[in-house]
Design a protein around this ligand. Structure first.
Ligand SMILES: C[S@@+](CC[C@H](N)C(=O)[O-])C[C@H]1O[C@@H](n2cnc3c(N)ncnc32)[C@H](O)[C@@H]1O
Length: 285
């Protein structure tokens, strides 16, 4: 287990603290401005209730946590959200940085917990600069990389990652494995995806996903109906697009970005990619 519970002493701590304040103030980031619709107040409010125990993320926390333990050094998560995974790694004592382009998600993380060894940076993952800081593990959990729609943004992100990796450090991330048949259905109806209790309200989450096979973008809309007893008290919406990747496309992308050693898995138990694989998971150095 990592022994140090701080980023460093003296000048280094001061430098990080200063930069942290600058990052927290944030900048207007034009190309991720639609994040307020996707990861604004609505998503930040319901995110943990929806995903804390969702089968969609089964096994990912243990997977990334054990990579962090193997790497035994500073950890950076891109798109850390409300800290679902990163807080567990910070609890292990590693110096952690969580980067996200949504202030609302970062605020939700801050409201839950503060660790002296966790700092938060408000920035886009395709354009960030943490100075001289280097990480033994950089990861991006739960399909965050799919929010980068263009090859240009994907390569820009991978270049930032490479710049911030310590020698021998690894970059790990997951994307969903697209189903060919599903990606051909462009008129799927809205469906109830789940129900949960939140702040004394019963919330029903409706989902609709429309694929565009040409751009490889899946347009997703979530609608949250809130009820007290039988009375509908409000409806909130969040929508975004996700780029889907084919397995060899990802491998080419990583090679093009300069990663020489890439492991690909089909699930978080490290099983190989198969026909019914739920995810493509890459661990690259
Ligand atoms: C599905 S959530 C995943 C959160 C967290 N990694 C987890 O596993 O629970 C996606 C997160 O990625 C962030 N995100 C999306 N696009 C981003 C970008 N271009 N740069 C940084 N963060 C981004 C969102 O704000 C959101 O917090």
């Amino acid at each position: 287990m990592y022994q140090s519970h701080a980023f460093g002493a003296g000048a280094l701590s001061t430098r990080i603290a200063t930069r942290e304040i600058v990052c927290d103030v944030g900048r207007v980031i034009p190309d991720v401005s639609d994040l307020d619709e996707a990861y604004g107040r609505t998503t930040a409010r319901f995110y943990d209730a929806v995903y804390q125990h969702s089968p969609q993320v089964a096994g990912d926390l243990d997977f990334y946590r054990s990579l962090a333990r193997e790497s035994a050094g500073p950890v950076l998560e891109l798109g850390c959200g409300t800290g679902r995974v990163l807080l567990a790694i910070a609890a292990d004592g590693f110096p952690c940085t969580g980067l996200d382009a949504s202030r609302h998600m970062l605020d939700a993380l801050r409201a839950k917990s503060r660790f002296p060894n966790l700092r938060l940076v408000h920035a886009p993952m395709q354009r960030f600069d943490l100075g001289q800081d280097r990480f033994t593990l950089i990861f991006s959990a739960f399909r965050v990389f799919q929010h980068l729609h263009s090859v240009e943004d994907q390569l820009a992100c991978l270049a930032c990652v490479r710049r911030h990796l310590a020698p021998g450090g690894r970059f790990a991330f997951d994307v969903f494995a697209p189903r060919l048949a599903r990606m051909a259905v462009t008129d799927a109806p809205e469906q109830v995806e789940g129900r949960f209790e939140h702040d004394g309200e019963s919330v029903t989450r409706w989902a609709r996903a429309v694929p565009d096979p040409v751009s490889q973008l899946l347009s997703v809309r979530f609608r949250y109906e809130r009820r007290r007893g039988d009375e509908l008290v409000g409806t909130d919406e969040a929508s975004f697009k996700m780029r889907w990747f084919w397995r060899f496309e990802l491998e080419h992308l990583l090679a093009r970005a300069g990663f020489a050693d890439v492991q690909m898995y089909g699930n978080f138990d490290k099983s190989p990619i198969a026909a019914d694989t739920p995810a493509f998971i890459a661990v690259a150095r």
